[in-house]
Design a protein around this ligand. Structure first.
Ligand code: HEM
Ligand code: HEM
Length: 134
């Protein structure tokens, strides 16, 4: 059996990948020359976007559970594993806030803010997971 920390850690990773895939769908739409394919992709993107916010809510629950089990099992609060986890957690909070802003009103600046924080967040998660195994 997986320890619960590990289970919820990887469930967060899966949720993030599901939501991050939006980036590649939008990229594909932008780069596609064929109008028909663009239209089809736009329909897929619209449907896929319906799961985006629920997946983010689920990811937040997994994160809370991950943190709960981490604090239950560990007490080395000043370790690299904790520090990198807290940075990833902080970045997640910023990502959710930019997502909410983007959701409220879609300006170019808000779109880019959500996109950049999504990239930064994935980067910090990679560092966190790498440090856990180093
Ligand atoms: C932001 C999202 C986060 C993701 C995606 C994430 C993901 C992961 C993953 C995949 C692991 C490896 C599982 C293992 O083998 O144990 C892990 C371990 C760990 N995480 Fe996170 N984490 C996040 C946030 C946090 C936060 C906020 C903290 C600090 C409170 C934290 C502290 C830890 C610690 C201490 C471990 C090592 C646990 C152990 O194996 O004993 N993580 N995390
Ligand atoms: C796990 C957390 C999340 C991740 C990893 C994530 C990631 C992404 C990515 C990569 C995109 C595509 C950006 C682009 O290329 O333009 C996107 C779009 C978007 N996200 Fe998120 N996001 C998350 C949470 C949220 C939340 C909590 C909300 C709002 C409540 C949100 C609202 C949106 C909206 C409205 C779009 C634009 C869709 C469109 O243009 O039609 N996201 N997100």
């Amino acid at each position: 059996m997986f320890p619960l920390v590990t289970l919820f850690g990887y469930l967060i990773v899966i949720a993030i990948l599901l939501n991050f895939s939006m980036y590649f769908i939008f990229l594909w739409i932008r780069n596609s020359k064929n109008r028909n394919i663009r239209k089809k992709l736009a329909t897929v993107a619209r449907k896929w976007m319906k799961s985006h916010r629920p997946v983010a809510v689920v990811a937040t629950c997994f994160l809370l559970l991950h943190v709960f089990f981490v604090y239950q099992q560990r007490s080395d609060y000043f370790s690299m594993q904790f520090a990198s986890g807290i940075i990833a957690g902080g970045m997640f909070l910023i990502l959710i806030i930019t997502g909410l802003y983007r959701n409220q009103k879609a300006t170019g600046r808000r779109r880019r803010a959500h996109q950049y924080t999504a990239f930064l967040f994935v980067f910090f998660v990679l560092i966190h997971v790498a440090i856990v195994y180093l």
